[in-house]
Write a protein that binds this ligand. Structure first.
Ligand code: DX5
Ligand code: ZN
Length: 235
């Protein structure tokens, strides 16, 4: 299992999202992402309740874990993530990101603490309509903040620039002014143009589903996305 996140938030990574892969040949798709240069792979877990879609659970995380040493960034779009947490930890997730808006048997804070106690990285995700202020009680305890740039639940949606970019730069400014270190991740509708916009607002982790897996030459797609987020990052 890789232990990553030792880099600073000036390091920019493109994270292919397995949701957009061809699931009839998962092994080859994971290898394609690796060969295309991905260091992190994004895994979307959907419960059919917190979001209006179902995807996969710990079994898929475990399967992917056996296939790769890439850092597994696990995005839990589900209620009661605390109930299932041990299964995701046992499956080998490197980072587990929880949604602030979901229901928990215990609490978001307790669940984040359990992830850290297991020696893994933890993240907190905000739906587009959730204000940054709602994350303030947790920002000292997280490795990444995921600012959703679409309504979670489906790949292939349009990037919600107006609704989410002010929040992203607010999070970046708060982090920098307060000496915090969490990474800023965007997820949903991220292509070269929208990745560049997100970069200017502070993102350094870019989840790319359709834009990475759909092109036949994934390496070229990843290089194009990486080029789009180069530069100073200043607005
Ligand atoms: C959406 C998921 C995303 C999804 C993004 O709810 O969280 O990770 O895979 O897909 P694209 O990049 O196609 O918008
Ligand atoms: Zn996701």
């Amino acid at each position: 299992m890789s232990s990553d996140l030792t880099f600073t938030h000036d390091t920019r990574l493109i994270l292919p999202s397995l949701l957009a892969a061809d699931w009839s040949r998962v092994g080859e798709e994971v290898r394609r992402a690796e060969e295309a240069g991905a260091r992190w792979l994004h895994l979307d877990v959907m419960d059919g309740s917190f979001v209006d879609n179902l995807s996969f659970g710990p079994q898929m995380v475990k399967t992917v874990r056996r296939l790769t040493g890439m850092f597994l960034d696990t995005h839990l779009m589900m209620h009661r993530a605390d109930h299932y947490l041990d299964r995701f930890l046992e499956a080998g997730a490197d980072n587990i990101t929880l949604h602030l808006e979901a229901d928990y048997e215990t609490s978001v804070a307790d669940t984040l603490a359990r992830i850290r106690a297991a020696g893994r990285q933890c993240g907190l995700a905000l739906r587009p309509e959730t204000p940054f202020e709602a994350a303030l009680p947790y920002v000292r305890d997280i490795d990444l903040l995921l600012v959703m740039t679409v309504v979670p639940g489906f790949g292939g949606q349009a990037f919600m620039e107006k609704e989410t970019m002010p929040k992203l730069s607010q999070a970046r400014d708060y982090r920098d002014e307060n000496g915090l270190h969490f990474h800023l991740e965007v997820d949903g509708g991220v292509y070269e143009d929208t990745a560049a916009i997100a970069r200017r607002h502070g993102a350094n982790l870019f989840v790319c589903g359709t834009s990475s897996f759909a092109p036949p030459d994934m390496g070229a797609a990843m290089r194009g996305l990486a080029r789009a987020v180069e530069g100073s990052g200043n607005q």
